[in-house]
Write a protein that binds this ligand. Structure first.
Ligand code: UD1
Ligand code: CA
Length: 445
């Protein structure tokens, strides 16, 4: 069955007190919105439509950065969740199959849960995701009759007796596209909030003789983010699960509570992660690598047997081959380090290619930026770059070449050559002693 996702993200998020649209606040290194998209990816959706309203331009840009193929539909006025879903109709023109409605601010819906909903869809026309709430608060209540979901009652419209129901609506809904849009057409705004409720499609389906049911999930999956406190709680919940998953996956974490993961962090078995390491988005560490204390990694790959840190920074595009070493106070950006290449101390390597077995001396800098454009530095295999070499890109050091320490290298160095680019040393015998005497005399006056 073909599947489409509609993700609601038009709401203002007033309680965040932010200029940034709520769904773009970072959670586990990526926008909150990316979490719902990742859960939905388990359904291999043919199309994804994000409903944007407040901050639509920013939401559209961020959503396309995550997935260039998705559509963004505008909901200019937030007239309710049914009205929001209706805005997806043009983008879903010609689509036939099941539509799953998710909320952009509800990040933890599980992939398995969505699969269970898809299974239930084989037997029912409308499937709603519910949960047993410890405190049902203001959630919509699910009114069941056996396996049938009779209707959903919004809190504002419920009687005290109805409010006693503890089975609540998560907001996630699935139905065939044609059925869904036809039901939404029939939704009115005759209720306490004066909104077009998506939840009304259940009662309407029953009135048409269609079948509706609820699938239940753990309450933790339905956690919605409305405030900064919710965001902090969601981050803590995510990190706790990510640490457990890493440990279960064969990763050593000597102080798990100090290591931060992103949504898409991949750590191979036998990776060792020391305390206080932060993984930003897009990191893959292959098995057996070592990430030492106080390192920060983002958008990079670390191959098996490589050692990173302590105090290292790998920025987007850093690509470390097997056994490469990046030591303390070293920054690597958009650069590949070949097998066994070493950058052990106090260096910046950006927009560069470092061949296998090369050694970059302490304090070396690739001068990659001329104030307008970025340029590449090519370092061949088994090169020895002397300490504190400035490599003014674009520049190439041939295989087996060498630079004298303190050099400013502005021209290509052929294979096997030694390049020295610095002022020749001048030594004046006895002059230091004379200078000291002069200075001491001056100080006494
Ligand atoms: C909704 C459900 C309620 C459920 C609860 C779960 C309805 C009518 N009610 O209530 O049964 O228990 O979620 O959290 O659906 N949105 C838009 N455009 C709109 C309105 C909302 O995009 O016009 C988006 C919001 O940004 C948000 C989501 O839809 O991500 C839910 O909207 P919200 O107003 O928070 O719904 P609730 O009243 O909490
Ligand atoms: Ca809500």
């Amino acid at each position: 069955m073909a599947t489409a996702l509609v993700i609601l993200a038009a709401g203002k998020g007033t309680r965040m007190k932010s200029d940034l649209p709520k769904v773009l606040h970072p959670l586990a290194g990526v926008p909150i919105l990316a979490h719902a998209m990742q859960a939905g990816a388990a359904l291999a959706p043919e199309r994804t439509v994000i409903i944007a309203g407040h901050g639509a331009e920013q939401v559209e840009k961020a959503a396309h950065a995550i997935d260039p193929d998705l559509s963004v539909a505008l909901q200019t006025e937030q007239l309710g969740t049914a009205h929001a879903v209706a805005q997806a109709a043009p983008a879903l023109g010609g689509f036939s199959g099941d539509v799953f409605v998710l909320y952009g601010d509800t990040p933890f819906i599980g992939a398995d849960t969505l699969r269970r909903m898809a299974e239930a869809r084989a037997r029912h026309d409308v499937v709603v995701l519910g949960f047993e709430a410890a405190d049902p608060g203001r959630y919509g209540r699910l009114v069941m009759a056996g396996e049938q979901l009779e209707r959903i009652l919004e809190f504002k419209d419920a009687t005290d007796a109805e409010k006693a129901i503890t089975l609540c609506n998560s907001g996630v809904v699935c139905a065939d596209a044609e059925t869904l849009f036809s039901l939404i057409d029939a939704v009115d705004c005759d209720n306490a909030a004066g909104e077009y409720y998506l939840t009304d499609i259940v009662g309407l389906a029953q009135a048409r003789g269609l079948s509706a049911t609820a699938v239940s999930c753990d309450e933790a999956e339905t956690l919605g983010i409305n405030s900064r406190a919710d965001l902090a709680a969601a981050e803590a919940a995510f990190q706790a699960r990510a640490r457990t998953a890493a440990l279960d996956g064969g990763v050593t974490l000597s102080a798990p509570e100090t290591v931060h993961f992103a949504l898409d962090t991949v750590l191979g078995p036998d990776t060792v992660v020391e305390p206080y390491v932060v993984f930003g988005a897009g990191v893959t560490v292959e098995g057996g690598a070592q990430i030492r204390a106080f390192s920060h990694l983002e958008g990079c790959r670390v191959a098996a047997g490589a050692v990173v840190g302590p105090y290292a920074r790998l920025r987007p595009g850093a690509d470390l081959d097997q056994g490469a070493r990046v030591g303390n106070f070293v920054e690597i950006k958009n650069a590949r380090l070949g097998v066994g290449a070493k950058v052990n101390h106090l260096s910046y390597v950006g927009d560069a290619d470092v061949g296998a077995g090369s050694n970059i001396g302490a304090g070396t800098i690739t001068c990659n930026y001329d104030g307008v454009m970025k340029h590449r530095t090519e370092i061949g295999e088994n090169v020895f770059v002397g300490s504190s070499t400035m490599l003014v890109a674009p520049v190439r050091l041939g295989d087996g070449s060498m630079t004298g320490s303190g050099s400013v290298i502005t021209e290509n160095v052929p294979d096997g050559a030694l390049a020295i680019g610095r002022a020749r040393q001048v030594t004046k015998p006895g002059l230091a002693m004379k200078l000291f005497d002069m200075l001491k005399l001056k100080a006494r006056k």
